[in-house]
Design a protein around this ligand. Structure first.
Ligand SMILES: N[C@@H](CCC[C@H](N)C(=O)O)C(=O)O
Length: 368
């Protein structure tokens, strides 16, 4: 592995995961969350968590006089690393030793709580690859539901894997199995992550939406009545469902800052024409290559950014004749570069992913 990395240091590298190790941490304390390790900690090392399921783990008290921080490494904790992509934030869990997520959807929702937990838009698990891929990514939204894909999340996933596998090379790419199929992130020399997000799905039934197709099999600039107001919407799946709107029927161009997302967002999310619920993107066009978008996410609410949403936005803008295939999409958390490539019909997304901190959660907290 070391030779392979050295040989590839000047070029790009596609990796296979190294051997997995599992390690059992025995519990000795019951303090609540969280140890925070310093940012860019030079001693940051791959996390290895117990393969024992959390439900079956019982915490044990000791009469040790050492502080709970001193005992942390020998205890029953779930270790995590917090990342964000433009403020869309995630708790990353090293799950490479098991093909089942280490925590349940309910426990994930608990961890995502911004007052009573760590706080995040979702929990992401790095699992062993299947179908010949290097890794599998699964994610639970902050409400505990499981989406098929997450664009900002997969960029964070790529940086997390590079840390776990200690792969500090100039360029690095690997294959990731997701609910949306094969996804290929590539860490660039500048640390940004470019992701081949695959082909958008436009067939109405596959998005899925009950709205009638009006352009081949797709729903493009169709009318949708939400709370008594008629919106024009285009429906796109990037593995997960998106409803993209540039405004109401016959209305002015959307001024996205003026929207009350918390009020209108849930009405789209739970609309009867979206049998799997939907993510909704509200978009303002600055120019054919520059869009501004705010999102209401299925299962997570208003977030600072949505990668799959930015991809769906550009696809919808092209289908509605509002933009070209290369766009900068401004989100509340910052910009993403999106290309819907004509040659292969794939969507490519480029943007940042940053580690914020790592920490440990006592299993007792998750079981309460
Ligand atoms: N923020 C994500 C999307 C996460 C999943 C979404 N909430 C869903 O339920 O589909 C992204 O960056 O794509």
């Amino acid at each position: 592995m070391a030779e392979a990395i050295a040989a590839a240091a000047a070029t790009s590298l596609s990796v296979k995961p190294s051997n997995r190790h599992s390690q059992l941490f025995l519990s000795s304390t019951s303090f609540p969350i969280i140890r925070l390790n310093s940012l860019k900690n030079p001693n940051f090392r791959p996390l290895v968590v117990s393969s024992t399921s959390i439900d079956s783990a019982a915490t044990q008290k000791t009469s040790s006089k050492t502080s709970f921080l001193d005992q942390r490494e020998g205890s029953r904790y779930l270790h995590f690393v917090k990342y964000h992509g433009l403020g869309n934030d995630f708790i990353l869990v090293d799950n490479r030793d098991s093909s089942e997520p280490k925590i349940t959807p309910e426990q994930a929702a608990k961890l995502c709580d911004r007052n009573f937990g760590i706080g995040a838009d979702g929990v992401i698990f790095a699992l062993p690859g299947i179908n010949g891929t290097d890794y599998t990514m699964r994610i639970f939204n902050s409400d505990g539901s499981e989406p098929e894909m997450c664009g900002n999340g997969v960029r964070c996933f790529a940086r997390f894997i590079a840390e776990l596998e200690n792969l500090h090379v100039k360029k690095l790419s690997f294959s990731v199995h997701t609910g949306a199929g094969l996804i290929v992130p590539e860490i660039q020399e500048d640390g940004q992550v470019k992701v081949d997000m695959g082909e958008p799905v436009l067939k109405a039934a596959d998005v899925p939406t009950k709205l009638a197709a009006n352009k081949n099999d797709a729903v493009v600039k169709s009318e949708l009545v939400v709370d008594g107001v008629t919106w024009n919407v285009t429906c796109v799946s990037m593995g997960n469902p998106h409803c993209v709107t540039f405004g109401i029927k016959g209305g002015q161009d959307l001024q996205v800052d003026a929207l009350n997302l918390a009020q209108i967002g849930p009405k789209f999310e739970h609309h009867e024409v979206f049998p799997a619920r939907t993510n909704t993107e509200f978009v303002q066009v600055y120019s054919p290559s520059h869009l501004k978008m705010r999102v209401w996410e299925r299962g997570a609410g208003a977030t600072l950014a949505c990668g799959t949403g930015a991809c769906a936005t550009v696809v919808a803008a092209v289908l509605e004749g509002r933009a070209g295939r290369n766009c900068t999409v401004d989100l509340p958390g910052g910009p993403l570069e999106i290309e819907w490539r004509e040659e292969d019909n794939h969507v490519y997304m480029t943007g940042p992913a940053e580690m914020v901190f790592d920490g440990s959660v006592p299993l007792r907290y998750l079981l309460e």
